[in-house]
Ligand binder design. Sequence first.
Ligand code: ADP
Length: 454
Amino acid sequence: MPLRYTLLPLLLPATLVGVLVAVLGTPGNAVAIALVTLAGSLMALGLSRGALQRQLDSLTRNTRGLAEGAGGVPRPDPDQLEEVASLEGAIDSLHARMSARSAELTQESRTLAAVLDSMAEGIWVTDAEGTVVRHNDALHQMLRPGGGGPIVGQRPLALIRDDQLHDAVMRACHEGASSHLELALEGLFPRTLAIRVTPVGGDLPGSAAVFHDVTELRRLEKVRKDFVANVSHELRTPITAIRGYAETLQGGALADAQVAPRMVEIIHRQSERLSELVEDLLELSRLESREVSLKLTDVSLAEAAARAADTVRPKAEGKGQTISLQVPAGLRAVGDSRAVEQVLLNLLDNAVKYTPAGGRVDVDGACEDGRCVVRVRDTGLGIEPRHLSRIFERFYRVDKGRSRDMGGTGLGLSIVKHLLQAMHGEVKVESQPNVGSTFTIFLPQAVPARSATG
Ligand code: ADP
């Protein structure tokens, strides 16, 4: 209601009083005048109060609707009091500003969640009591790899049973102290986590923790340490023998015509072993660092097998073993001829080495499913199933003593595996203890010249 309608009843009694004083001109009628004035004022007050109440009720309803998210602009009321209208305008503009700010906050929160979820590191944030209030996807993956219950609302100890982590979170929450720790989680998915716990910072209470999964890093470190330890050990054995015999010779054995030649022979054998070991190590390290660039050409597997067999034949004959070759002359693979020969040589050398006197070694080849396949089969000692998956690892031997006695470096099969991988091939093994072993290599087949030209 515009203000003029409210003021009219207030002005009316005053006008009446003025007219009456002018007409009657006597103060004796003052009581009547006062009564009329009072009646008019009460009437005006009643009218304006009722209108104000109605408009405030309507404003309350509209404001509550806005607060509850009910959109829509209220219909303009022509009778609305100016004060109420301006209050409503202020509420509307406040609501518009709050809506814009709320949209900004929602966008910021989405961006933050997207950034956190795209990180490889797990993150959780706790409140001042150390209860997790927020985390990212990576943390869920680390702590609940197989699914599991919610993380929000949990205390650190309920998530990772480790006092160190619990203490670190409490120190960050209560003392503002940062810590760094590394935990090895056991169970179905064992993991090593490097964790940094810090206070949230600023005037916010609580703590934040960043979890790095260092499982692979630690595994590689262990592999490297084991490798260095193995190399040192492997090198030390022949060096110790060489030095020992050389010193004995210097100490007088050189003059002993019976003993000296045997010692010199051992020194020679051990130095050969040392050089084989160094050669194998260098070959392996070149292969692993991909320094070796293999020249992939069309390789005759029959020729490669024949050359490898020629190399080991003296040793096989010395043990009364027979080597039989059944590789078709036309079987041609894509590979590096020196590498293919090296692979077959290592497999044949092992077959002869781990087959007792009088045994046999058969090499046959074929084309299967579009790939070249060569099998090296022996009637030797065989390998127990539990060792089969590990014999291609560097320095892994089923029987360390026997391998060394037979001049093995423990690197032959590892070299075979790497060479074949570099030629897009693979190696498999089947074996039965005391019956024999079959090592099978697969290589891509070379396209015959006739088909290549159509
Ligand atoms: P090594 O120099 O010791 O022969 P390799 O890497 O060539 O090293 O082989 C790893 C281990 O696998 C050997 O120590 C041996 O125990 C086992 N092995 C390899 N080839 C044969 C085979 N033909 N018969 C039985 N065991 C074998």
